[in-house]
Design a protein around this ligand. Sequence first.
Ligand code: SF4
Length: 489
Amino acid sequence: MTVAALLPRSWKKRLVDTNVEGLRDRDLAWADVVLLSGMHIQGDSLLAIVERCRARGLRTVVGGPIASSVPAAELKADHVVIGEAESLIAGLALDLERGTARPVYQASERPEMTTSPLPDLSLIKMNRYSTMAVQYSRGCPFNCEFCDIIEIYGRRPRTKAVAQVLAELDQLRAAGWREAVFIVDDNFIGNKARAKELCKALADWRNRYKTSFDFNTEASLNLADDPELMQLMKDAGFNSVFLGIETPDETGLIASNKLQNTRRSLLDSVATIQSYGMQVMGGFILGFDTDREDIFDRMVEFIQKSGIPIAMVGLLQAMPGTQLFRRLRGEGRIVDAGGGDNTGERLNFLPHMDAAKLVEGYRSVLKQIYSSAAYYERVKLYLSRIQAKSGRQPAGERQSRQQWLTRSNARAFVTSIVRQGVFGRQRWSYWKFLLTVTTRYRHCFGTAMTLAVMGYHFQVMTQKMSKALEAAARAAEIEEIPVRVTIGG
Ligand code: SF4
């Protein structure tokens, strides 16, 4: 939507987000040129679309994060845009109109986000989404070895002006949006002073419009060190935050340069953030060189004690362009230079631990943490923490509860009852959980039910992945090489 706003006004545009809808032949027949964007993990799908366009003789332009980490020739597009759009798109559009577009456009510097336009919201089918996205900043000041964010967007956090963010929210509100907004930054608190300034403005904005917008975002764990910032985020309506926790093993954190997570109790830091009414979602990684065979048990134990319901555990990936990739390539350990994806379906380097053991251990972690009993225990722990600390609902709960009864979540709730409570294999855990929520955590009902539905998604995905990973572990054992598994759905 931001790129669309940078293109000439005279161009007619369609936006097809293949996360939520199919790309139809008639869309391609309508177009003169197709601009594609994606992240590395979406590479296969993106290349398939490029191929489809080429077969029709349709001109293609590929940009987005993937263009910064994959050699331009591999993208097979007519034109590749490397870098951020703000400084490049006007020139590209002019060249396309004149028929003089070059194969590669590369930004010479990273633009200030104050030059970023208001996204063109008219192009999106909002009813297909449960959250809308607003990007406030790019870049992160930290220096984690495995991270491609800092390679692509740099270590100096760049932010939009407060007025730009409020204009985006005004636009969403005017379009009828009343639900969650994901502040989709690399690290929302990369510049804490500016984040505080924005939070104050968001709180005022919500009060002014008495709006039900809730916010969620991604941040680094040092959020727990700043009570003022956590309070401001709570006041602004942030009800969840994704943190890269990575591993409970401090030697792994030090080795991967995730120093902001060291010299502290990770569990206490998580609990501190939760006590401000913010649900913590956690990212975890298995496969560091420092991992020993007890890492799987330690990971499960940590996640269970953390009260983090949504724990996203993945196998380490050496993303092209990262410090990790360069180190492993130097050590002759890269086996797939194209990189992998971080949902554990692909291992693109030779790990220190036996590959089969690593994959099997990963499978066992997923199975354990997404068993119904373990999952609901974490949700209850989280609910007890927010209730005990604040004695009231998590941020945005009141509005969420109203939405539960009036919007699409109500349908999801009924579906959840049918699928989890009637036909689900672990339906007794589900009903036990519902009973606990209605007797002990009534004030958090919306949050609890949202988490129950999300948990079901993770249970289904875990079952699918578990089968695939089992086969992958066997293959690794036989072939003594890393594995690749593809999981549909
Ligand atoms: S904190 Fe997150 S975004 Fe920042 S460098 Fe580390 S992994 Fe990357």
